[in-house]
Design a protein around this ligand. Sequence first.
Ligand SMILES: CC(C)(COP(=O)(O)OP(=O)(O)OC[C@H]1O[C@@H](n2cnc3c(N)ncnc32)[C@H](O)[C@@H]1OP(=O)(O)O)[C@@H](O)C(=O)NCCC(=O)NCCS
Length: 452
Amino acid sequence: MPGMDIQLPQRYAVRASVNTIREVFDYIRQYKGKTFVLKIEDTLIDHPFFPLLMKDIVQLQDIGIHLIIVTGTRATIEKYLAKAKLHTRIVNGIRITTPSAMAHVKLAAMEVAQTVISHLAAGNAQGIMGNWIRARSLGVYDGLDYQYTGHVEKIQTRIVHKLLDQDFIPVIYNIGMNATGDCYNLNTDQIARQICLDMDIEKLFFIRAQDAIPTKGLELPPGSQVHPNGKIFSNMDISHVDFMLCQNKDRLSFENQTLLAYSKAVIDQPQGVKRVHIIDGRREGRLLQEVFSSIGGGTLIYGNQYAHIRQATLEDVPEILHLMDGYIKKGNLVMRTVSDIQNKIHAYHIYAVDHSVYGCGALYELGDGWGEIGAVAVSDTYKSKGIGRGLMQYLIQTARKKQIQTLFLLTTQAADWFFEFGFVWASPSDLPAPLQGRYNPKRNSRVLLLKL
Ligand SMILES: CC(C)(COP(=O)(O)OP(=O)(O)OC[C@H]1O[C@@H](n2cnc3c(N)ncnc32)[C@H](O)[C@@H]1OP(=O)(O)O)[C@@H](O)C(=O)NCCC(=O)NCCS
């Protein structure tokens, strides 16, 4: 029919964007009133997208998220020291700050913080900088005096809370003071970590001028998720971080090792941060994508069960039906009503991200060692991210646990996909007699079998 080809994609595009809008609203509700810490590398400041990143940050505040910005200063310090022709030693990633270098470190800190505040002001947000860090000297290690390099002791949280309550965005830089007012040069990743340990923080972002955690040349922790481009980790939990720090110690860059270790430290606490995001600030919109979409563009490290497959409950039925609706209309799935799903709810399993259903699949126990897999579907928006594979592996594993010996399924358009899991061609006559009666010759589905 003329026009059909044009209307269908439009309708599905509208559905996808409506789903995205719903997802955004869910996240706004979830994060309103919560506090995010954003550690921003100074190497991003000269990037053409930096003003856009700052604009996105202001938008987060506009929807009621409290923000604390920590400014990385390493590159700017290098610039100041080079100008003054001063050389400082860096040992194990830590700069030994001499008294003459300290003056330049302070100038660099002010310059970066001031630039960030100017960008916030351009978006009508009020950044405020101040020294709210109690620090102490790092002292002497292995005979090496780190001089004015310090260690973060604690954050003066009372003041930071007050500022947040008044809608200021505290901008915290790399200088801390001891009780007598001596200044120390601090590591800003460590500052971000300490804020997370001392305050109730929902998310910590490391925004840098390089990609998220890369996979190249690394041994991948089993169960960790990689982006469809295969180049970066999309998410990992604490056990994956342990694996990375243990198995890939020599292959991970020093910076990524430290970041993973800090991430673990802030998540692995009873009141810890729920999620740490490592994102590339040079990619336009990456921050918003990470906050408002369950499958962002950076590396997410999580402690709680972020995405999981579980048995469906009656409350999930509307979402399951909504997910399957488009595929039923296209003929990929057979028609099901609310009561069809409700009556067999124990067979349904879902892939849930936070409170939303992104994939589903059913495992029906048919007796005599037979089982059937059906209703396998993944939301259009989240296809090709391994969700379908995860669901199938889960259903096959569950079938094995239930002592099912033969699994079958009927499919019209996805036979090739099921072959990956070991399914083979069969015909309706291979099914036990009672099941043969259920075969609909009009639909002419392909029959696939898997011996467990
Ligand atoms: C089939 C389906 C469940 C796969 O879910 P998914 O989460 O996208 O799958 P995965 O991410 O694990 O795998 C994606 C891979 O499978 C391939 N694939 C997807 N659908 C396929 C199909 N019908 N036939 C062959 N391969 C297919 C993709 O091309 C992709 O390949 P790539 O990784 O090389 O890019 C999903 O596409 C879907 O919901 N389809 C419509 C409903 C349907 O047909 N269900 C089966 C009815 S029984």
